[in-house]
Design a protein around this ligand. Structure first.
Ligand code: AP5
Ligand code: MG
Length: 214
């Protein structure tokens, strides 16, 4: 059983790498952003609270995020197949809280420059049903039929926070609040693996299995 954290700035490819890992393993994918978006859609108390921050490109308070993640990690599927956390932790306190409940095998950090992220964010579309991630500016990531999910055949959606103004705020939040968490992990020998984000689409089964010890 393997426990992974996928770490990186907005649009770095955390969700895309999770989709690639899922092709070769049963590891449970937990995206805090997806969990919040589902809560927003169903207007739960967590969703109502989170929306205020997400629309502003700010981090949702630790008190809300940590409880939600702990509850998800306690479920049977995670205990059986391990997890890949996508978008958590994002602050030093979140990283410390995670240490209190589980062990980690790998923290994969997606390296990419800010300029490339803009195009990724503006070209991204998601399937509202299966959450699959597309990009209209990349031939390998385009849907077969414009505006439609290849699998579910439903209309793709554009995230409310995928615009230039909110992207700048999300980037600032990453720089100001998430680098501490990364430094905390970098201090532990052998835990952090840097991955060139521009190369993830070419990763083979052998690469993925080798990288994460699957
Ligand atoms: P979240 O949903 O996690 O957003 P994010 O961190 O900004 O990351 P993204 O989902 O935008 O990017 P990604 O790295 O998954 O990239 P993707 O694979 O889609 O969080 C949203 C909000 O929720 C936060 O702003 C915050 O408010 C709140 N939140 C969530 N977690 C929180 C936490 N722990 N604490 C507090 N608040 C929290 O790829 C991007 C695009 O690029 C796609 O179109 C993809 O197709 C394309 N792409 C991927 N790889 C490549 C490639 N190699 N070449 C070309 N294109 C590529
Ligand atoms: Mg994502």
């Amino acid at each position: 059983m393997v426990n992974i954290v996928l770490f990186g700035p907005p649009g770095a490819g955390k969700g895309t790498l999770a989709e690639i890992i899922k092709r070769y393993s049963k590891i449970v994918h937990i995206s805090t952003g997806d969990l919040f978006r589902e809560n927003v859609k169903s207007s739960t108390p967590i969703g109502k609270e989170a929306k205020k921050y997400m629309d502003e490109g700010k981090l949702v308070p630790d008190s809300v995020v940590i409880g939600m993640v702990k509850e998800r990690l306690a479920r049977d599927d995670v205990k059986k197949d391990g997890f890949m956390l996508d978008g958590f932790p994002r602050t030093l306190d979140q990283a410390k809280a995670l240490d209190g409940v589980t062990r980690l095998d790998t923290v994969a950090v997606l390296d990419i420059d800010k300029k490339s992220l803009r195009e990724r964010i503006l070209g991204r579309y998601n399937c509202p049903k299966c959450n699959r991630i597309y990009n209209i500016f990349n031939d390998r990531l385009k849907p077969k039929m414009e505006g439609q999910c290849d699998e579910c055949k439903v209309a793709l959606t554009h995230r409310a926070d995928d615009n230039e103004e909110t992207f700048e705020k999300r980037w600032k939040a990453y720089e100001e609040q998430s680098t501490d968490a990364l430094e905390y992990y970098e201090e532990r020998a052998g835990l952090v693996k840097h991955v060139d984000s521009n190369k993830i689409l070419a990763l083979t089964e052998k690469d993925v299995k080798g990288m994460f010890g699957l």
